[in-house]
Design a binder for this molecule. Structure first.
Ligand SMILES: Nc1nc2c(c(=O)[nH]1)N[C@H]1C(S)=C(S)[C@@H](COP(=O)(O)O)O[C@H]1N2
Ligand SMILES: [Mo]
Length: 329
């Protein structure tokens, strides 16, 4: 077919309803100072305002709050309106806090400061860095992405964060590294779901280096122009919108570069149902859910699901060499 078609995420630009408040606040921040000064000053100001002995961020006192809203990157567009913030922050999968969707209150028990991120394995120099120090080094931006859960519901979310490519540059993996393995915190005292012994805690996910450095791979630290709520995976989670939602690991504490393909949490639980690649494909049903259509949260609509969740032009080339593998589960 020779007709030039618009790519899915370019359709109906106006369908994505940016919150006018974002723009006003962003304009204000720009007026006060161009980026770096604000960013450099933020941790100091936040420390002064935060009286917690243990430095734990509580609602409204997140030390990174002044970094948001981040400027929106207009390259990533939606074909549908954004999901309501109230819905996206109260309908969650986070098995550490329970195997149902209403975990948002229980997730408030997770301490997100201090929080460190460890980079190890096949890297030039292993490092452990505090999340706020990492935030100072990374170029924050906002991106509108769709999220497609393997349970066949979907959302459209304004994430803030940084390209995973920037993080990989920071981590300096050895050229022999082929994968990055990511791990969620482990603390059954704050996350009662981790007392369920039949799950292989901590939650683990993985990407190839080519996937992790694809422009779409995004490390998320905020949403709706604010720091990320705990239930959505604060202070650091992944967004890989061409893959099923379970790849988007939450509350990450460790990135290990390796030449061995990581066995992921859900693959370990049930390899017949979940694999490493988990690319969205409407024609490959999950044993329990057809993937042909999806329920758009906050609407009565079911819409057709698209190959690679509509992001094929960014990522399809990644899978040319591995066509024999189970790429879609
Ligand atoms: N650590 C961890 N990360 C996780 C999960 C989880 O249970 N634990 N659930 C995954 C699944 S199945 C989905 S659909 C998304 C949901 O993200 P959201 O709650 O922000 O919409 O998180 C993913 N990341
Ligand atoms: Mo999911």
């Amino acid at each position: 077919m020779l007709i030039k078609r618009k790519r899915g995420w370019e359709l109906k630009e106006s369908a994505a309803t940016p919150d006018r408040v974002f723009h006003q606040r962003r304009a204000l921040i720009k007026a006060v100072a161009a980026g770096p000064l604000v960013i450099a000053a933020a941790p100091l100001l936040a420390t002064a305002a935060c009286g917690d002995e243990d430095g734990e961020a509580t609602a409204g006192r997140d030390p990174s709050a002044r970094l948001y809203p981040a400027p929106r990157n207009p390259r990533y567009r939606l074909d549908r309106p954004l999901t309501d913030k109230a819905l996206a922050t109260t309908y969650n999968n986070f098995y550490e806090f329970g195997s149902h969707k209403q975990i948002w209150r229980d997730a408030q028990a997770l301490p997100i400061r201090p929080w460190t991120v460890t980079v190890d394995g096949m890297v030039e120099k292993p490092i452990t860095i505090a999340i706020d120090d990492l935030l100072k080094r990374m170029p924050l931006e906002e991106r509108l992405y769709r999220l497609r859960c393997v349970e066949a519901w979907s959302m459209a979310v304004p994430w803030s964060g940084f390209a995973m490519q920037a993080f990989v540059d920071f981590a300096r993996p050895l050229s022999a590294a082929q994968y990055v393995r990511m791990e969620t915190f482990l603390d059954p005292d704050v996350a009662p779901g981790q007392k369920a012994f039949w799950y292989p805690w901590p939650y683990v996910e993985g990407l190839t280096i080519a996937e992790a450095t694809n422009e779409l791979a995004f490390l998320v630290t905020g949403v709706y122009g604010q720091p990320l709520p705990k239930q959505n995976g604060a202070p650091l989670r992944l967004a890989v919108p061409w893959k099923y939602g379970f790849k988007s690991i939450k509350s990450i504490v460790r990135f290990t570069f390796t030449d061995r393909r990581p066995v992921t949490f859900w693959e370990e639980v049930q390899p017949r149902e979940y694999g490493f690649w988990a690319n969205v494909n409407p024609e490959v049903p999950h044993p329990r859910w057809s993937q042909a259509t999806e329920r758009v949260l906050g609407t009565d609509e079911r819409v057709p699901t698209r190959l690679y969740n509509g992001y094929g032009e960014f990522v399809a080339h990644l899978y040319k060499g591995v066509a024999g593998e189970r790429l879609f589960m």
